[in-house]
Ligand binder design. Sequence first.
Ligand code: ASP
Length: 342
Amino acid sequence: MNDQTSILIIYTGGTIGMIKDQESGVLKPFNFENIYEQIPDLKQFSCNLNFHCFEPLVDSSNINPDAWIKIAEVIKENYENHDGFVILHGSDTMAYTASALSFMLENLNKPVILTGSQLPLGFLRTDGKDNLIAAIQIAAASEDETPLVPEVCIYFENELIRGNRAVKYNAENFNAFVSGNYPVLAEVGIYIKYNSEKIRKPNFKKLKIHKKLEPNVGLLKLFPGITENFFNAIINNTGTKALVMETFGSGNATTEKWFIDSMKKAIDSGLIVLNVTQCITGSVNQGQYETSIELEKIGVISGKDISTEAAITKLMFLMGKETDSKKLISLLSKSLRGELSN
Ligand code: ASP
């Protein structure tokens, strides 16, 4: 980091920038122009910090593909004159946004670090200040003019995680995210220790943003006792083009005849079904058990060790640009941005 380094901080909303409404007592977003009042320490950075504020600010439960496009456009517009990007975002859907951006930003050669907090900046014990300061340091870190982390990541509570591997698993602890299937990219203590071998390498190609996302994707979590009626309503929903199906353990599901028959019919009529595990760690392995062999036979695609968040956004991204189903299926099984282990 030096005086010439420039970081763009994109504030979308979320707890980090919230205050308590005096009348109702509920948390609502505050105006980011007051950031230096909230964190005077930011003035100590030797690099340039520039800000871009979403209008209106949103709780991340209201984030959607249009917001992802907006973020990607802001990054694209500011790409040449910034060395890195920090996105302040609510933690609730941060893993979805990080996953979506990882696919939408092709040939990303600069850091895009998402962070937020569990307690607002204005609170005495806030985790927001440390998260923001470390995220800026990571976004600005370089060696021989090459950024140390040229990929989309989430920084939270001393850990830097690949964005499309992150899952929010704790609604209360400061340590809210886990990367169940990929090592942490950096650990922050007295030093910032980068796990360089596991970080994606820059390819020095021109950034390309993909803005066409297919909205007609769905998610179904299986549970013991799921009824034929409920399952059919989901699987036969007209309009749905692809379904992420969260199965048990290593990709297992009921072997009931109605279940396999209905799904086969839907797949034969063109529905893409991607099998992901309900577990945070581990992989789908279709065919390991009797309860997944039929899925493999009828054309359910194994999502391997992809997270649900990455699976949904990868489908949106691929289906927005790929019409050939054979190619689509082959791309779903491959790692595009480090989202699954080949
Ligand atoms: N509800 C908030 C949000 O996701 C929680 C947070 O910021 O962590 O926007």
